[in-house]
Ligand binder design. Structure first.
Ligand SMILES: *Cc1c(COP(=O)(O)O)cnc(C)c1O
Length: 475
């Protein structure tokens, strides 16, 4: 009996041409290519077919599933999926400030405007306006980088992974690079020091042990094949307990006494001392230069708070040879990134302004008080707009820096807690994540947590909207 009903329903699935002839569908053709509409209709009807086939009891279905009004939203969703960008803005309610999966750093408004200008118009990207002839794309940021850090010369490439690869290939192809066993790190996304080393043509010469490496270990490893001593910031982990490490200054003295360069991969690369703003102390780029490093590399979109880039600073002779390496052309920075990077660097001329205006730094340095007020404000707004279906609270919690920086530092924060009256917290988390725009939240055992540290001031209404829709779906 139920099988017969299923067959009957299957035979009622409307025909594609009949749907395409509906005025709503014909009108769509003004803005969507016909092939996409056709595909969306086919997919929508396929879903309907599946729904009938998989329904546990076809008696639960009724004829309304065939009505055009009920089918249209499904077709529209399939169409929107095809014509709208897949890469889209989300609301980061995780509290992880430099969230690599959510795009790392946000740019400040000035950088966004600069990118818009440079992309809307022609620019002097590689044109020297004084001489009226070809110029260098690197020249725009070299001076400001040197001014901010005290370096002699600078070069920027696609990202820090590219920077490390390029420096190793330029300075150590076919030769040995000495690295402590405690610094053979893996960064997310398959960046591993030994693998990058191999690809660069350099030969890894490991010294010391996982927890302890001494100056004498480096000293004993130096030989006629040595090209470089490399120090790597152990970004995303810490070795604690019985440990020993060699200071950059000592490494530089040793290297220079043997006429060798020393390089540091700083990873995050902070340009201001964040201990002034309540975070743990981290070596800054300026300090690395002062300690005598010959080459230092770091990311543009981690603690610096700019666009994705790899920044290479150091002694002029080395930077010059890196610039002319043909590999540099393959790793070069594009003009939009360059614009975002330059604007971000210019803000650092005034350190207090940088801490205030660069979103990454601003979010990392919020006061506890400010976070509490924001959490209370958001929870009030949610309660006022959604009187039932969800219990809303505020409590303290901790956020993370992210991006492989400060792996063990926990930042005290406040979260808005959501506990749905119906359904599980995991369902609520999922519905928020599938919303428009998606809201990415944390989940504890009992509650969905919205960490206000990474939520923008102007995102409150979108969050209220997202919660309201998610709760309705659950009822
Ligand atoms: C993040 C990181 C990298 C990779 O930088 P990207 O800009 O992501 O390419 C390399 N080395 C260290 C130590 C890092 O922390």
């Amino acid at each position: 009996m139920s099988q017969q009903l299923r067959q009957k329903y299957l035979s009622h699935i409307p025909n594609v041409d009949r749907i395409l002839a509906k005025p709503e569908m014909v009108q769509l053709e003004n803005r969507v290519p016909k092939g996409i509409i056709l595909e969306a209709v086919r997919r929508g009807l396929d879903h309907l077919r599946q729904r009938i086939i998989t329904a546990r009891n076809p008696r639960d279905l009724d004829e309304s599933i065939f009505s055009f009004e009920n089918l249209l939203p499904h077709f529209m969703e399939e169409i929107e999926n095809q014509v709208n960008p897949k890469l889209k803005r989300v609301i980061n309610a995780t509290g992880v400030v430099i969230h690599t999966n959510l795009g790392r750093s946000l740019l400040h408004e000035g950088a966004i405007e600069h990118i818009a200008q440079v992309s809307r118009h022609y620019s002097n990207l590689e044109f020297d306006l004084n001489q009226g002839k070809r110029g260098s794309r690197y020249s725009h940021v070299e001076e400001i980088l040197c001014r901010l850090t005290g370096a002699e010369a600078a070069l920027v490439v696609n990202n820090n992974a590219a920077a490390v690869l390029l420096v190793l290939n330029t300075l150590a192809d076919g030769k040995e690079v000495i690295v402590s066993r405690g610094q053979l790190v893996e960064i997310g996304g398959a960046f591993r020091i030994p693998d990058v080393m191999k690809r660069s043509g350099a030969i890894l010469r490991e010294v010391g042990t996982t927890n302890r490496t001494h100056l004498s270990d480096y000293e004993n490893a130096i030989g006629e094949h040595t090209a470089l001593i490399l120090k790597v910031h152990t970004s995303n982990f810490r070795i604690v307990g019985f440990t020993a490490d060699v200071e950059l200054r000592e490494l530089a003295e040793l290297a220079h006494s043997q006429r060798l360069p020393v390089m540091e991969d700083l990873g995050s690369g902070c340009l201001i001392d964040l201990s002034k703003y309540g975070l743990d102390w981290e070596p800054t780029v300026q300090e690395a230069i002062k300690e005598g490093v010959d080459i230092v590399t770091f990311s543009g979109d981690k603690l610096m708070g700019g666009a994705q880039a790899g920044i290479i600073l150091g002694r002029r002779e080395y930077i010059q040879s890196i610039k002319v390496n043909p590999l540099n052309r393959a790793l070069r920075i594009d003009k939009l990134t360059l614009a975002g990077l330059e604007s971000t660097l210019l803000i650092y001329l005034d350190e207090a302004k940088a801490a205030r205006e660069i979103p990454t730094l601003r979010m990392l340095t919020y006061s506890h008080d400010e976070l509490r007020k924001r959490a209370q404000g958001l929870s009030r707004k949610i309660r006022a707009n959604i009187p039932e279906g969800v219990r809303v609270g505020v409590r303290d919690d901790v956020s993370q820096v992210g991006g492989g920086a400060y792996p063990i530092q926990l930042l005290p924060t406040y979260v808005v807690t959501l506990k749905p009256d119906h359904g599980s917290v995991h369902q609520l988390e999922e519905r928020l994540r599938e919303g428009k725009p998606p809201i990415i939240a944390r989940v504890s055992k009992e509650e969905v947590l919205l960490d206000v540290r990474t939520i923008g001031n102007e995102e409150g209404n979108l969050i209220v909207d997202g919660i309201e829709k998610s709760i309705k779906l659950g009822q």
